[in-house]
Design a binder for this molecule. Sequence first.
Ligand code: ASP
Length: 439
Amino acid sequence: MGLHMQVIIALLLGIKRNGHIFIGLILGILTGVFFPHSSYPQVYNILNFVGEAFINIIQMVVLPLVISAIIIGISNIGDSKQLTKFGSKMLLYYAIITVAAVSIAAGIAIILKPGISAINLVNPDVAQNVQGYVADAIQYQKENLVQIFLDLIPKNPFSALAEGKMIPIIIFVSIFAIALTKAGEISRSLIAFFESVFAATMKVTDWIMYLAAPGIFALTATSVASFGVGVFNNISKYALAICLALAIQFFIVYPLMLKLFSKVPVGKLFSAISEAIMVAFGTASSSATLPLTITCCEKRGISNKVCSFVLPLGATLNMDGTAIIQTIAVIFLTQMYGIELTPLLIIEIALLAIVASSTSAGIPGAGMITIALILNGIGLTPQQLVIGFSLIFTIERFFDMLRTICNVTSDAVVAAIIADNENELNYELLCGQNAEQKA
Ligand code: ASP
C-alpha cells in the first residue's frame, strides 16, 4: 500500500477514535458557512468568546509544561555526550524537513505562477481591513536581522517569561537544565519538583481535552464565518499552490522521512497523533497544541526522555508549514508586482523563509508577521505590497490552520524517528490495539 494511503487510512481511524472532536470540526465549518459574520454578528461574538476561552485555557498550561519538560528532558538525557547526540540529531532532522518544505513550496509556486493571474484581483475594501496586519509587519521589519538574533538571548529571563517569549525562555531553561545536571546530587530535589509540575500539567491537559469538541467547534465556526467560502474563487491559484505544497509535505515527505530514517510504521504514528492534528487545525497554534502532542506521543510509546526534549523545542523552532506558506506568499507577491525571479532570488527567499519561520511563535498569525523579515531581506517593504497582502489575508486564518497541522505533525515525526534511533520507542504501545488503555 502506498505511503500516502497508509496516512489517509490512519487518519480516518484516528478520526473515528476521536469522533467527538471531528464532529465539532464539521459542525463548526457548517455553522460558519450558514452564519457568516457579516449577517450574524451576535452568533459570531458568542462563538468567538467560546473559542478564545478554549485557546486561553490550553495556553495556560503551556509555560509550565515547556519549562518542566525541557528540564526533565535534559536531565533525563544526562551526560553531555548523549545530549549533543540527541540535540544534533534533532537539529539535523528538523533542518531536512524544513529544507524539503521550502524546496517543494518554491517549485510549486514557480510552476503554477499564482501571482500572475492575481494581479487584476485587487479588492480595495479588504485592503483597508488588513492595514492593521501590514502595520505589524512594518513594525517587525524595522528591526534588522542582527537585532532579531540578539533579542533571542534573554537579558532578563523573568521578563521573557512574563511576555511569553518562547525562544528566549527555551534558551534560558536549556542552559539552566544543563547546569542542574552538572551540579549533581544537590539538584535532585529541584528536578523532582519539575517532574511533579510536568505530571500536574499533563493531568490538567487531560481535563482540558473534555472541552476540545466545543472549543474546536467554536474556533472553526468563527474562522469560516469571518472569511466566507466564496473568497476562494478570487485567489484560487495561490490557494491551490499552498494546498498542494502542504499536502505533499504531509502525505509524502513525512512518511518518506519515517521510512528512510526509522522503522516506525507510518500509519500507526499518524493514527496516534490524529487528536493533536485536529486540535492543531482548530487552534492554529502549535504552542497550544503542545500539551496534547506530548500526551499523544507518550501514550503511544515514545519515551518521556525524547518527548520532553524534542517536542517543546520543535513547537517553537520547527515551523515547516509556516516556511511553506511564507515561501509561496513571497513568490506570489513578487510575481504579482512583476519582479523578476532569478535563481539567486529564489534561493534567497527560501533561506530567509527558513530563518523567518523558525523565529515565528507557535501562535495564530505569527508567520504572517515574520514574513516581513523575508520581504525586507529582498529589499521590499510591506507598504509597497499592500494590495497583495490584502489578497493573502482574506484566507489567512484558514491557511494558518492548515500550516499548523504540518508544524505539529513534523515535530511528532522527528520525535518518533529519534525515539526509534535511540531505542526510546515502545513498539508494543505504538502498534498495540489497546495502546490507550495500557497508557
Ligand atoms: N500558527 C502557526 C503555529 O502555531 C504559526 C504561524 O505560522 O503563524 O504553528
